[in-house]
Design a protein around this ligand. Structure first.
Ligand code: SAM
Length: 368
């Protein structure tokens, strides 16, 4: 992958990019990272890159002509590269964003300074805005480093063990706690299952710990972590709905799609489809799924329904899993409020799923 950083402080990057896995990725040709000095594109003896803001006020604003020249040069040098402006006003940079950007052929990161860059650059010349969090840095360079590190780490071959990248925090909630020798340090013991050498016990302990700490430390990620224990059930879907919910099950990593149909011929046809569990009635199936929670996304708002946040916690805290159901609520089901006021359309279910399981990608840091 080719990455270019545009900055007025090229030396900022000198030591960090040569160290550790980033250094190795560059040495092995997995990531080519170049630093472009913005002043190259500035005219005049002093190569000035900033000017006073229109309308007055504190600080200086970076000039649009200089940035335009630098970005256009980057687009010529790295055709097809995604150009991102680093700004505290951007979409919050997440693990999902790192994975997405790692699939790009190239990435150009624009680092502002002072009061930021003339608005017209962000509006017309870049592809997206990225923020590394809700605080203001003195410049985009530390943000660019964070983005480069997280993106390069996702490139195949950069981290020796791919499993480590795929099981780390935010893939599905937070990761389980890790320990190394000695087994007892200052009287603090390593949890017994990890010392047992029994693989099934270790796996079960790690899964339970990951769920418990996600619920405790990051309840906003709880539903995401519970996705592999969560089933989606729809009653008598038309072809469009079936295709859409099947795609949602795959996208959010849900456990399975169950289709409820009272029509024997339809059930037989559906059974031909890979990855779909076919059931005659939800009440009957729910008896088999004893111990699991049943959460019905309502088609109309009403009293006693869970908010999105409550529903996410409900799903996250269900040890044996949850079946999310769309349609008339079967007996014993809890009810979640729909996303929209009038939500008979299946699109409202998809929007609800996106808010609960697509977080943080879908919600820009304000989940509910
Ligand atoms: N006046 C701007 C505002 O209030 O939104 C802040 C400008 S900041 C002092 C200077 C530069 O630092 C920005 O142009 C941006 O490139 C970078 N920056 C600051 N905070 C950032 C953040 N949280 N994420 C990404 N870049 C950030």
């Amino acid at each position: 992958m080719n990455i270019r950083v545009i900055t007025i402080f090229p030396d900022f990057f000198a030591s960090c990019l040569g160290e550790g896995l980033l250094g190795k990725a560059a040495a092995n040709g997995l990531a080519r990272i170049e630093i472009d000095n913005l002043r190259r594109y500035a005219a005049g003896k002093h190569r000035t890159v900033d000017d006073a803001p229109y309308g007055g006020g504190p600080g200086m604003v970076m000039k649009p002509d200089v940035w335009a020249a630098a970005i256009e040069q980057a687009r010529r040098d790295l055709p097809g590269a995604r150009v991102a402006l680093l700004t505290p006003q951007g979409e919050t940079f997440t693990d999902a964003a790192a994975r997405r950007l790692a699939r790009e052929a190239g990435l150009v990161l624009c680092c502002g300074r002072y009061e930021g860059i003339d608005e017209r650059v962000g509006e017309h010349l870049v592809d997206e805005w990225l923020s590394i969090g809700d605080y203001v840095l003195t410049g985009g360079e530390p943000a660019a480093l964070a983005v480069i590190d997280a993106v390069v780490r996702q490139l195949p071959g950069v981290v020796g063990c791919a499993e480590s990248v795929d099981t780390d925090s935010f893939t599905a909630g937070l990761k389980y706690p890790q320990y190394t020798r000695p087994p007892i340090f200052r009287g603090w013991s390593v949890p017994e299952p990890l010392l047992s050498g029994h693989h099934a016990d270790i796996k079960a302990w790690r899964e339970a710990e990951a769920v418990a700490r996600t619920n405790r430390l990051r309840p906003d990620l709880a539903a995401l972590a519970a996705a592999p224990r969560t089933r989606l059930a729809v009653r008598e879907p038309d072809d469009w709905t079936l295709a859409a919910v099947a795609a949602a099950v795959r996208a959010y990593g849900l456990r399975e799609l169950a289709v409820v149909s009272g029509d024997a011929a339809r059930r037989a046809a559906l059974r031909e489809q890979a990855g779909v569990r076919v059931v005659r009635s939800l009440a009957e199936a729910a008896r088999k799924w004893d111990g699991e929670r049943l959460l019905c996304v309502a088609t109309q708002p009403g009293p006693g329904q869970m908010s999105l946040a409550q529903a996410a916690t409900f799903i996250g805290e269900a040890p044996a899993g949850t079946t999310i159901f769309w349609g008339d609520p079967p007996p014993g089901a809890s009810l979640a409020a729909p996303c929209w006021d009038e939500s008979a359309a299946p699109a409202a279910l998809l929007a609800w799923l996106d808010r609960v399981f697509g977080w943080p990608r879908a919600s820009r840091g304000q989940p509910f």
